[in-house]
Design a protein around this ligand. Structure first.
Ligand code: PLP
Length: 405
């Protein structure tokens, strides 16, 4: 890819079309939605499909080999998140891990009060809505402030008000649309346990971006991971279940995963997840530089934009005033820069429930775009993409209002 000249304070008239049509490869900035599969994981996966195709339940040599590779992967995942191998259950992804957690908790107890937060992912919110619609469970939702943080006092109040009935508290570590990190999870876990509830952490967005072990050490009961968010293939995930926690399987059938998730194991994807977990650092030091540089370039040249929430390096939600997010994402894509309107689940014209909960002004909600990076994102891509974003923004503003503002 050719490097484009980076202009410090870019004004729309300074950028010629030619200058940014000059790069060859799409710039992928939608890693919070899904990531490129790690190259070693691809090799291991192909090898698993070619050579290691036995059913892990088989009692012949091929079965034994497949079983061993699953257990090796489980060990790597456990080391990565800082738990015991037997506490890892392989699932098909984040949604299944979350669904399994909520189903399991509700089956294991007669209690009916669940607490979550308005900014959770649809996998949690829609599952809880099902329970609410059936009127069998009472769900309390934590509000958030303008940066996306919940108040620990509100959590405590909800727990106190339902003192004999608290079943589960389910919160995310970092938000998928804004990157806001819930920074009082340790206290939230303590309170949940103090008032009789289990605690589930949706850690889908943080793998490889924030260390996971501290959350395990805080005493979380369930923790959900999704492979495709951290360079594993789609269709693989993991659920941490703390030893001793009552557990009921959602998918029943065979006795795979120690009776916790029936169905023949997805051996190639499990192997790939093990490879990624073995090589991946807990934290990507380069991400902070990329993150800050992108914000710097955008904010200098578009002073009216805002950054929604934030906290975790690598996920940036930028609110552009008076542009339609769909138009902007579409136009960016025409110039080979791939960003997103937020959650993959908020497709369509619905405003983001996350930004609404944060009380972001509507002119920014409608124009909010998420840019998310990965270990494959380079500084060159950041700077090139920033130029394209600035150009596209001013083009759309000019089209909409006939003026450059
Ligand atoms: N939780 C969060 C925070 C997410 O960002 C996502 C996916 O975007 C999920 C859960 C669901 O994960 P999956 O796509 O693996 O089902």
């Amino acid at each position: 890819m050719k490097k484009l000249p980076v202009i410090q304070n870019i004004t729309p008239t300074e950028i010629s079309f030619k200058s940014f049509a000059d790069y060859e490869r799409p710039i992928y900035m939608d890693n919070a939605a899904s990531t490129q599969v790690d190259e070693d994981a691809v090799v291991a996966m192909i090898k698993a499909m070619e050579d290691n195709y036995g059913n892990p339940s088989g009692i012949h040599e091929a079965g034994k080999q497949a079983r061993e590779s699953v257990e090796e992967a489980r060990k790597n995942v456990a080391n990565f998140i800082g738990c015991l191998s037997e506490e890892v259950v392989f699932t098909s992804g984040g949604t299944e891990s979350i669904t399994t957690t909520i189903n399991s908790a509700t089956k294991a107890s007669n209690k009916t009060h669940i607490i979550s937060c308005l900014t959770e992912h649809g996998a949690t919110l829609n599952k809880l809505k099902d329970f609410e619609d059936n009127k069998t469970y009472k769900i309390s939702y934590l509000d958030v402030d303008k940066n996306g943080h919940f108040r620990i006092e509100q959590l405590e109040k909800y727990l106190q008000n339902n003192v004999n009935d608290n079943l589960l508290v389910s919160l995310m570590a970092a938000n998928n649309e804004t990157g806001t990190i819930h920074n009082n999870i340790e206290q939230a876990i303590k309170l949940a346990h103090q008032y009789g509830a289990l605690f589930h952490l949706d850690a889908v967005q943080i793998a490889g971006k924030l260390p996971i072990k501290p959350y395990i050490d805080y005493g979380v009961d369930f923790l959900s991971l999704s492979g495709h968010k951290f360079h594993c293939p789609k269709g693989i995930g993991a659920l941490f279940v703390k030893s001793g926690t009552p557990f009921y399987s959602t998918i029943v059938g065979g006795s795979q995963e120690n009776n916790r998730r029936a169905g023949t194991e997805n051996v190639p994807a499990i192997v790939a997840m093990g490879v990624v977990c073995k090589k991946m650092p807990q934290y990507d030091e380069n991400m902070e530089k990329l993150h800050n540089r992108f914000i710097e370039l955008i904010c200098i040249s578009i002073p009216s934009c805002i950054i929604n929430g934030g906290g975790m390096w690598g996920t940036i939600s930028v609110g552009f005033a008076f542009v339609h997010r769909e138009a902007m994402v579409y136009k960016l894509s025409q110039y080979n820069v791939y960003a997103s309107i937020g959650s993959a689940c908020s497709k369509g014209i619905q405003p983001s429930h996350v930004l609404k909960a944060m009380n972001i002004a509507s002119e920014y909600v409608n124009g909010s775009i998420r840019f998310s990076f990965s270990k494959y994102t380079t500084m060159e891509e950041i700077e090139t993409a920033a130029i394209v974003v600035i150009k596209v923004y001013y083009e759309i503003r000019k089209l909409s209002y006939g003026i450059i503002v």
